[in-house]
Design a protein around this ligand. Structure first.
Ligand code: ADP
Ligand code: MG
Length: 351
């Protein structure tokens, strides 16, 4: 079995295809010119000027000799029908009650962490979600994962309404969603080798997988994320931060998810490592037809990867647009402020 090609039928359609002539990468719903991945140019405009100040966009890509400004614009989805929503979220609310004051007689306050969110995610796209800390991004992703049950609203994945499933069915469906978190050191079990970590994740989907097949798949996963399979007997602490995030990404891919939610996956990494991890995610999208929600507080980072961007503010989506268009002509004041604050967000002096 290969990661991309031989998925079980019920899981079916997320596999990528190479057409053999090297020109294009085919998935079921999208067709990407291969070279677009690395050669697209950013149009001159206000958005491009804002990105010039961003260290990630200044850093260049290791080994490529070029700057991402010239070489790594997000890939447009070609030949994709926008009418097909793979994940459909409607009027989602996740509220928390918080009691202020003492044990007796304190007032209960409602925190509307997710406050009426509707989102469509298309198959094969990278949807960026940006907003300042505390605006509800992680609560939204935990609700999509069904780790939190929403207060109200609907979440439909590939035709199945998730919010009404009984909890054992939810547990099974949760395999379809995998997360990558900010801190891979905290999210990986320090006592498990890379092999054990990946094997466990593969077995979640294929409990009866044979030993040699398991080994083959672990090797393949490690190669897919740019790790040397000879290191599979090592423990997380023996790797660098960037390598650990690669392990976390491999683990997320192992159960063959339909959707990967990456919540601030590069926020803890150095800028040069950030671009390596972002490029890896781009590659995976192209090769595996990965569908992803990519979350960051940093609009410059989101712009690097996302096809479409949603801006979240105080539990609500306040703006949505194709990445380039949103950057060049933001409609909402808050989005303008996010763009204007790019250098500040990443700790650079204002020009
Ligand atoms: N389990 C919880 N109980 C109470 N309040 C919470 C809980 N989780 C998050 N919140 C609150 O919900 C809001 C959104 O938090 P979060 O989703 O973590 O935002 P973000 O990921 O954008 O930083 C914040 O005000 C936070 O304090
Ligand atoms: Mg968060």
């Amino acid at each position: 079995m290969s990661l991309a090609r031989d998925r079980p039928p019920e899981h079916g359609k997320t596999g990528g295809r190479k057409d053999g002539r090297g020109g294009q990468i085919r998935t079921d719903d999208i067709l990407l010119p291969k070279q677009a991945l690395y050669q697209a140019e950013l149009r001159p405009g206000p958005g491009r000027e804002a990105l010039r100040r961003h260290p990630l966009w200044q850093a260049g890509i290791p080994g490529s000799g070029g700057s991402p400004l010239a070489t790594l614009a997000p890939v447009p989805l070609v030949g994709h029908s926008p009418a097909v929503a793979y994940l459909e979220i409607r009027d989602l609310h996740t509220h928390f009650s918080k009691r202020s004051g003492g044990l007796l007689g304190g007032e209960t306050r409602t925190i509307r962490a997710v406050d009426g969110v509707s989102i469509d995610v298309r198959k094969g796209e990278i949807l960026g979600l940006v907003g300042e800390s505390g605006c509800g991004k992680s609560t939204l992703s935990r609700t999509i994962m069904q780790l939190l049950r929403p207060t109200s609203g609907t979440i439909r994945l590939d035709g199945t309404e998730l919010t009404r499933l009984p909890s054992d069915a939810v547990r099974r469906r949760r395999l379809d969603f995998q997360m990558v978190f900010q801190d891979p050191y905290a999210s990986l079990n320090p006592r498990m080798t890379v092999f054990a970590t990946l094997a466990e994740a593969i077995r979640q989907r294929h409990p009866k997988v044979a030993k040699d097949e398991l080994t083959r798949r672990v090797n393949e996963l490690m190669e897919t994320v740019g790790l040397n399979p000879s290191q599979q007997r090592k423990y997380p602490h023996e790797f660098s931060g960037g390598q650990r995030q690669r392990i976390a990404i491999a683990r997320a891919l192992a159960p063959e998810p339909k959707l990967v939610i990456a919540d601030e996956p590069v926020s803890a990494l150095d800028v040069s490592i950030q671009s390596q991890i972002l490029n890896l995610l781009k590659k995976l999208r192209a090769e595996l037809g990965l569908t992803m929600i990519f979350i960051s507080h940093d609009l410059g980072v989101v712009r690097y990867l996302a096809d479409r961007i949603l801006v979240m503010y105080r539990g609500k989506i306040v703006e949505e647009g194709e990445a380039e268009q949103l950057f060049d002509s933001p409609q909402n004041d808050y989005t303008r402020r996010l763009i204007a604050s790019i250098p500040k967000l990443v700790g650079q002096p204002q020009p």
